[in-house]
Design a protein around this ligand. Sequence first.
Ligand code: HEM
Length: 512
Amino acid sequence: MSSSGIAHIGAALGGIALLRYSLGTSLIFAIALSLPPGPSPWPVVGNTFQIPMKHAWLVYSEWAKTYGDIIYLNALGQRLVVINSTNIAKDLLDKRSSIYSNRPRTTMAGELCGYGEVSGFRQHDDIWKRQRRMMSHALNQSSLSDHYAIQEIEAQRLVLNVLNNPDSLVHQTKLRIGSIILHVVYGYAAKSENDPFLVKPLKMLDNFVEATVPGAWLVDIIPPLKYIPKWVPGAGFQKIAASWRQLLWESAWEPYLWCKANYENGTDNRSFIATNLAVHESNLSSKDEETLVWGAITVMGGGLDTNMSTVLTFFLAMLRYPEIQVKACAEIDTVIGADRLPSITDRLALSYIRALITEVYRWNPAVPLGIPHSVTQDDTYEGMYIPEGSIIMPNVWHMLHDPEIYPEPMAFKPERYKDDAEMQNVTDLSFGFGRRACPGMHFAQGTIFAIIATVLATCEILPALDPQGNEIIPKVAYTSGAIIFPEEFKCRLKCRSSQARALLTQAANSTT
Ligand code: HEM
């Protein structure tokens, strides 16, 4: 029997596991190890019905008071380990990244809908490694400044358009962030928010969220159901999966083929795709081409919702903390003045804005439970047994709300950071762990800075008014899901001066 086989029998025997070690070829012995603590499982179904469906990061954070920093759950055989401590997350996901860098397999999303091809959800295999190399080439620190112009101009367009129509905040954020990423990945300029190159990946991401809702798809619980043909009554999930797979394919291949055709016609650009085509002089094998296409769509998918969530959280924070907005504007006025708009190269000189942005990442992180990893072999940690195949969820929200490190954690306070090292502790957690850590981290920070600094330099963010003229201060309430958004709120934007409007108009209408 394999070591994991023995261990699993142990797990069934009331949380005590037997782990077998082998020294050389012959010496084998067993020690007793316990699984991490967690809520008592029910017979047969285990913890299936205890796993929170909504705002899980808050529930796991509450559970930390009872079970501690590492919690074990078992839902019908699928093991889940929630980590509530920064040190444990780093010990496992960073230091033992050779075995903690897989992604969980899912039948509905991964196999039937095809998301298992997309590099962000791919297993930790050779194709994924090649895709990561391609991404880091396009998004590494030394090529970041190549993207400043597009990040700044789209930020200026966003602010000008929201200034003219504050109700368009969500649409504009989506459109402008999507445009930046389309430009960087494919060299494509989005025509409007209805542009299919933008609409399709956005819908494809919504489908992904639905396809990964825990417990929503019977086929995830009983995988052999995947062999049932579409026409069998009750196999509606097969039709849904087929249409979602088709959309995923179109989202990935259509912009790629557009970029490739342009490249072959000599319309050069410095996009992620064109740069990779140039390396191979456009003669990619079909396998290499697939590697590139699925890597590219991950960049698109990884950057859209996360950036959007962060920008919307910034607006929410400014509505609730006007005094911080005043301080941030004052820093921009002092350092930049009124004669020009901020640029990404001003970041070093704007320490309060850097602290404010860090506080946005901490206050309500876009990905509060990270993107789950999974472990490829049995492991032990501080006397606890972590079975092979366990899904590992770092509760980043909890780590970033530790009152020992962040006193009054629910308050939005940029002043809490004494220096850049303290700020980096926040970004290190918000952008994930180990080999799967976000490859777009530095690029994303450029986009976020461009948007936030441009808004603060040119506008006052004010609460919307009710029919009686009273200010409506939005609640701090968030959606559930892997990537979270503030619940819908309204705001007004007032231009800080006619000069600011003139600068914005001129900049937003120029071409990159
Ligand atoms: C504020 C913005 C962003 C945040 C908070 C964020 C956060 C994250 C997190 C938490 C992960 C999972 C890391 C892990 O598994 O431990 C991730 C993965 C990823 N992110 Fe980001 N991200 C952001 C923006 C971006 C941007 C702009 C891009 C691309 C241009 C990007 C591309 C990716 C990709 C490709 C992955 C998958 C990595 C893999 O599985 O190997 N992200 N991101």
